[in-house]
Design a protein around this ligand. Sequence first.
Ligand code: CA
Ligand code: CA
Ligand code: CA
Ligand code: CA
Length: 362
Amino acid sequence: STRPWVAMASRWGPLVGLALRCLWLLGAVLLMDASARPANHTSTRDRAANREENEILPPDHLNGVKLEMDGHLNRDFHQEVFLGKDLGGFDEDTEPRRSRRKLMVIFSKVDVNSDRKISAKEMQRWIMEKTAEHFQEAMEESKMHFRAVDPDGDGHVSWDEYKVRFLASKGHSEKEVADAIRLNEELKVDEETQEVLENLKDRWYQADSPPADLLLTEPEFLSFLHPEHSRGMLRFMVKEIVRDLDQDGDKQLSLPEFISLPVGTVENQQGQDMDDNWVRDRKKEFEELIDSDHDGIVTAEELESYMDPMNEYNALNEAKQMIAVADENQNQHLEPEEVLKYSEFFTGSKLVDYARSVHEEF
Ligand SMILES: [Ca+2]
Ligand SMILES: [Ca+2]
Ligand SMILES: [Ca+2]
Ligand SMILES: [Ca+2]
């Protein structure tokens, strides 16, 4: 469906940009305190805990999507599209034997023709299947949250209802906020919360199909929380990322723009090394995957198709890349030994003693 998102975006654009910049600055300050690194790489477990607290807020990290909402690379992407809803099942390496066996069960499932080799086509099909699992999970989660924000169960959530819930989660009294909205009185909220609120309202507008009555149905609410589920919202997310990184205002991204580091984030050698990795990873991603026509410029269209998790061409590219990482005998396929040896890449967990285990567990 077409949405009036261009008009809405320009209407709310400056506010959202400001809000994002403030959020980003706050994030940068918090990170500088912690480790001086520019990337906001939180673990899956941290994120899960965080989700509990902010359950009605759209998440920054989207499973199976290449970039986070704030423009950071999704560093767990390969694991997410390899493990699907089993993500986190390899978290604790207390039972490496069991984990190895589990990994080999996955191997057999990816290897559809059972020749004990994973081809790019097999991996591509697997990635699409696992991405669908993340979609399914997001839908179930969104359904639950929709029930929470739609207590009267009429199938519509108004912006005001959502706003009450959001401010209540920030410690405001639900009754006071509701009364203030009803009486059209001004609410006293701090500047930071106000900016988040403006940003959220902008997204709410984007997610609302015509007529623009600011009432969201369940599918619209899903695309509010998870922009990867709607073409219009995905495009909006891309637009926000471009606006955040674009320095010369041509609405496209050059390599320097994509890899430029936040000022003042480098404090020591350790921070410097992390920055070097950060820059190297982003440069590689820009040159090899995002800039698909390799003209040195990433357009909004290129970024959009790169970020689209349901794009089969991307899935094939990813499949080839994942194979290349572990393909030690250079036959463009993955054998069980290779997957076990590179278990950390595929599962996030080092599964020691891989050489012996192949014979033990296959
Ligand atoms: Ca095969
Ligand atoms: Ca630019
Ligand atoms: Ca290009
Ligand atoms: Ca191989």
